[in-house]
Design a protein around this ligand. Structure first.
Ligand SMILES: O=C(CO)COP(=O)(O)O
Length: 257
C-alpha cells in the first residue's frame, strides 16, 4: 500500500501572533506538491491553534503538540482531546522526547494518551527515539521497540497513527542522523510492526524522521525507502520548510523511474 509522504512542522514553544501570521502567510504563498503527494500538518502551540486554523491554507492540516491523558475535568493547565476535537483540530503529537525527558512522561503514560486521543477521533503523531547514551550503549532498537510496544498494546487501528522516529541526540542539535542511520531504524521499526502487529499495518504505517531536518539534508533522507516523511522543529519556522515539503517529490520521481 502506498504511504503518502507526511511533513509535520512542530513549532514547539515558539512564536508571537505577529510571527505566526508571517509564517502562515509565507506557507500560503508557497507552491508545493498537491495533497495527493504530500500531507502537511502544522503544529503551533495551543494558544495559536484557533488563529492558525483560521489563516492556514486548506490543503494543510493542524496538530496540537500534546493533550491530556483522559477526559477533561479538574486538571489545571491541561488541554483535553475533546477540546481539540471541539476546535476542529484533527491531529495531536504525543510522546515527544521533550515531554518524555523534561516532564517525565513514561512509555505507559504516552501509550495511554495515544489510546485516549484515538478514541476521541484524533489522529496521532506518536514519537519514539533514543538518547545519545542509549545509542552509544547499543540499545537504540531496544529503546524504540519498548516505546513502540507500549503504544502498540493500546492501538487497535493504526490508520490514524503516524510513527515519528526522533533520535534525541539529533533534535535541535544540528547533528542530523545520516540517511543510513535513519533508514536502519525505520526498517527495524517496520519489521517490529510486521512481527508484532501485522503485515498490513507494517506496510501502510508511515514512519517519519525528526531531528535537525533542513532544506539541505531533506532530499537525501526522503530518498530512503522507509523514510515516509519528516517531523521538523527549527526549520519549520523558516521559509526552508517549503523545500522540506517539496522533498516529497523524491518519492514520486523514484517511483516513475
Ligand atoms: O523535535 C523535533 C520535531 O518534533 C525536531 O526538532 P529540530 O528539527 O529542531 O531538530
Amino acid at each position: 500500500m502506498a504511504r503518502k509522504f507526511f511533513v509535520g512542522g512542530n513549532w514547539k514553544c515558539n512564536g508571537t501572533v505577529e510571527e505566526v501570521k508571517k509564517i502562515v502567510t509565507t506557507l500560503s504563498e508557497a507552491e508545493v506538491p498537491s495533497e495527493d503527494v504530500v500531507e502537511v500538518v502544522i503544529s503551533p502551540p495551543f494558544v495559536f491553534l484557533p488563529l492558525v486554523k483560521t489563516l492556514l491554507r486548506r490543503d494543510f492540516s493542524i496538530a496540537a503538540q500534546n493533550c491530556w491523558v483522559r477526559k477533561g475535568g479538574a486538571f489545571t493547565g491541561e488541554v483535553s482531546a475533546e477540546m481539540l476535537v471541539n476546535l476542529g483540530i484533527p491531529w495531536v503529537i504525543l510522546g515527544h522526547s521533550e515531554r518524555r525527558l523534561l516532564l517525565n512522561e513514561s512509555n505507559d503514560f504516552v501509550a495511554d494518551k495515544v489510546a485516549y486521543a484515538l478514541s476521541q477521533g484524533l489522529k496521532v503523531i506518536a514519537c519514539v527515539g533514543e538518547t545519545l547514551e542509549q545509542r552509544e550503549s547499543g540499545s537504540t532498537m531496544a529503546v524504540v521497540a519498548a516505546q513502540t510496544k507500549a503504544i502498540a498494546e493500546q492501538v487497535m487501528h493504526w490508520s490514524n497513527v503516524v510513527l515519528a522516529y526522533e533520535p534525541v541526540w539529533a533534535i535541535g542539535t544540528g547533528k542530523v542522523a545520516t540517511p543510513a542511520q535513519a533508514q536502519e531504524v525505520h526498517i527495524e521499526l517496520r519489521k517490529w510492526l510486521h512481527v508484532n502487529v501485522g503485515a498490513e499495518v507494517a506496510a501502510s504505517t508511515r514512519i517519519i524522521y525528526g531531528g535537525s531536518v533542513n532544506g539541505a539534508n531533506c532530499k537525501e533522507l526522503a530518498a530512503q525507502p522507509d523514510v515516509d516523511g519528516f517531523l521538523v522543529g527549527g526549520a519549520s519556522l523558516k521559509p526552508e520548510f517549503i523545500d522540506i515539503i517539496k522533498s516529497a517529490t523524491v518519492k514520486t520521481t523514484a517511483k516513475s523511474e
